[in-house]
Design a protein around this ligand. Structure first.
Ligand SMILES: Cc1cc2nc3c(=O)[nH]c(=O)nc-3n(C[C@H](O)[C@H](O)[C@H](O)COP(=O)(O)OP(=O)(O)OC[C@H]3O[C@@H](n4cnc5c(N)ncnc54)[C@H](O)[C@@H]3O)c2cc1C
Length: 438
């Protein structure tokens, strides 16, 4: 990988990126709208720590334009890379065709069939808005800017996941383009490809141009967060809130989906004074039910944690981003995860006191409908897991692009996952982020 990166980097720096190949590709792409063939993008969407270096970037409006681009690459033995939102980008394109899906942005709701057909460039926020008008919601996740299709390839752990199951359980069809043509992939038309797409994602050279996915009743939902201060960064943190969360999740009905993040905020002016230099735990909760039902279910956790802030209340799907409150601006980051059958107590103690480069640890409670066998085969890893523990660290974008191995090694977020390894059952591909260490 490092050798490949160096090769790409050197060619680009020298301004000599295979002009012949690029010219040849351009000849093959003359059928496309002139503005569909663009310059090489400088970055990779939301992930600023990876740079794409394709020969040509195509920004198609139609499936037919995707077909032309894929065929042109295939005829020349060149790779095809897809850029949707960039949240999950790991490897930058090195030559070949980069397909930027932003213009494949149609969302069509069928309120009778209770489905949404979404184009490859659609982010969950647009589907949530379109579905809400019909009293429906998609099985979307914590951040509206994430691409609907890329998220679903990894299984998709939604805001109401323990009640809904994996997002991928709701997929009816993928529309796929590859070197051999295009067509709809369903459980009946191609069971093996349908299973692979639902959990492992596309094969090299495959582009999913649209997906049809089932929708759920919009509500009632109750959600928000309990926010608790664990102490000053650099001092031993009090793990009591982490253990209280663990205890509370042991016996929850499927109607409750919850996760916890622990963020060591740097002592910098850009951080609000109340958070500056503090290690803060945020317990994100969504209950499928009204506020009274949610109040009864959350009461034991509230009294154990005694949070500084409590925002749990009636929740519209379009306000779902408030539950986890993730940063909205593009940045450079690296991260990984472990699926575990249970949370190791010493792992929770270590998270409360984790030192060194800034690392955000996330714990998502799984089980419930996520543990049910899929109606049709899939390749999701995590149906047998009790929790997903993720660790994510910010990177300097320039260092990450120039020396990905060095940047990832210095940030070293995976040190937070070590204490959970004894309970490991697998890894979720959607929560592995950013440039790779080797
Ligand atoms: C802030 C944040 C919040 C998140 N929240 C959740 C969550 O709540 N639940 C959850 O399960 N996951 C979550 N994720 C993980 C997210 O689902 C993955 O990062 C996912 O890969 C993002 O897909 P994307 O299309 O947005 O990103 P991209 O980086 O554009 O795509 C990810 C990968 O899929 C490929 N790809 C995307 N679209 C296509 C296509 N149409 N055809 C072929 N290949 C394609 C890309 O080439 C790339 O390799 C979150 C990630 C972040 C950064």
């Amino acid at each position: 990988m490092r050798q490949l990166f160096d090769f790409c980097h050197r060619l680009t720096q020298a301004g000599s990126m295979t002009t012949t190949r690029r010219t040849g590709l351009a000849d093959d792409l003359t059928d496309l709208q002139p503005d569909a063939v663009g310059a090489t993008p400088a970055a990779s969407g939301f992930q600023l720590g990876v740079r794409h270096r394709p020969d040509v970037t195509v920004v198609p409006r139609t499936t037919s334009e995707v077909r032309t681009a894929v065929r042109a690459a295939s005829d020349r033995g060149l790779p095809v890379t897809v850029l949707a939102s960039g949240h999950g980008t790991r490897d930058g394109a090195c030559g070949g065709v980069l397909i930027d899906t932003r213009r494949l942005d149609s969302v069509a709701i069928d309120p009778v069939a209770r489905t949404a057909r979404v184009g490859a460039g659609v982010r969950w926020g647009a589907v949530v808005e379109a579905a809400e008008a019909h009293g429906l919601r998609p099985p979307s996740g914590s951040f509206p800017g994430v691409g609907a299709i890329g998220y679903t390839f990894g299984g998709g752990i939604g805001l109401v996941a323990r009640s809904d199951g994996w997002a991928t359980d709701h997929v009816r069809a993928f529309e796929v383009v590859d070197a051999s043509g295009s067509g709809s992939v369903t459980a009946d038309s191609d069971p093996a490809a349908f299973a692979r797409l639902r959990g492992s994602g596309p094969a090299p050279g495959e582009v999913v141009t649209a997906m049809t996915i089932g929708l759920l009743p919009a509500g009632p939902l109750t959600g928000g967060a309990l926010v608790h201060d664990l102490g000053a960064v650099g001092e031993p943190g009090d793990p009591a809130a982490l253990h209280a969360f663990h205890e509370w999740t042991r016996d929850l009905p499927d109607d409750v989906t919850a996760g916890m993040s622990v963020v060591p905020y740097p002592d910098r002016d850009v951080i609000p004074p109340a958070l500056r230099g503090r290690r803060v735990a945020r317990i994100a909760i969504v209950v499928r039910g009204d506020a009274a039902a949610a109040g009864r279910l959350v009461a034991p956790l509230r009294s154990a944690v005694r949070p500084r802030h409590d925002t749990v209340g009636p929740l519209r799907p379009t306000d779902g981003h408030r539950v986890h409150a993730e940063p909205a601006d593009p940045h450079a980051y690296t991260g990984d995860n472990v699926l575990v059958d249970d949370l190791a107590a010493d792992g929770l103690d270590a998270v409360a006191t984790l030192d060194g480069p800034m690392t955000v640890v996330g714990i998502r409670h799984l089980g419930g409908a996520l543990a049910r066998p899929a109606d049709v085969p899939d390749t999701v890893d995590g149906r047998n897991a009790g929790y997903l523990v993720s660790a994510l660290a910010p990177l300097d974008p320039e260092q990450a692009i120039d020396d990905p191995a060095g940047a990832v090694a210095a940030a070293d977020p995976t040190r937070a996952l070590g204490p959970f390894a004894s309970r490991r059952t697998g890894t979720n591909r959607a929560f592995a982020f950013g440039p790779r260490p080797s």
